[in-house]
Write a protein that binds this ligand. Structure first.
Ligand SMILES: [Fe+2]
Length: 200
């Protein structure tokens, strides 16, 4: 390959993209200085559909943090995110709007300015029960767990109760170290979670 063209480990200008290159630490010569435009991601909430793999209005914040992942998500009025759980732990900051989450079956109302904590591997879903859009910032340790190969996620859709999902997982003897989806619409899917992907 000539000079890193279309190499996801590098930016187009040939400098290393620390998010993609598969190493947690670098010699300082490899990563400094980053071009000024790598130090800022301007107005990501204006481009919520930029992550092509997600059908949701959500995207990673594109700054090269190695251990922390940030994402911004919009939840339209009346919408609910899939019931899911993952090994990464998360803080959710409500930028706009109000609604509630269910965390391991417990309903937690929230509004603009609140921080919500999602512990590792607890089922959760976010609900916008208002008539205004909800915008929230997710802060997770997903990047660090990805480096270590340890972040896994379970998706269950919005209509399957937590107890039913657990029964199905137990019956199928899925490995807790696999990614799988038991969404009743999409069926069961296996495979590692994307190295970099939105996670709400
Ligand atoms: Fe989540």
């Amino acid at each position: 390959m000539s000079h890193h063209e279309h190499d996801e480990h590098h930016y187009e200008d040939g400098t290393i993209n620390p998010r993609r290159s598969g190493k947690l630490h670098y010699h300082e010569d490899e990563v400094r200085p980053l071009a000024a435009d790598k130090l800022i991601h301007r107005q990501p909430h204006l481009d919520l559909h930029a992550d092509k793999l997600t059908r949701k209005a959500a995207r990673d914040i594109d700054i090269p943090l190695r251990t922390i992942q940030l994402h911004i998500s919009e939840l339209p009025p009346g919408m609910q995110s899939n019931l899911h759980k993952h090994h990464n732990e998360a803080a959710i900051y409500i930028v706009e709007g109000r609604g509630h989450s269910e965390v391991q079956g417990v309903k937690i109302p929230w509004e603009k300015g609140d921080f919500l904590f999602i512990p590792s591997m607890q089922w959760h879903t976010h609900v916008n029960s208002s008539d205004e859009p909800v915008l929230y910032l997710g802060i997770t340790n997903k990047r660090m767990l990805d480096w270590l190969g340890l972040d896994r996620r379970v998706d269950a859709g919005i209509n399957m109760p937590m107890e039913e999902v657990e029964k199905e997982i137990a019956a199928a003897k899925f490995s807790p170290y696999s990614y799988y989806s038991v969404n009743p619409t999409d069926g069961v899917r296996f495979g590692p979670e994307g190295f970099i992907s939105h996670s709400d």
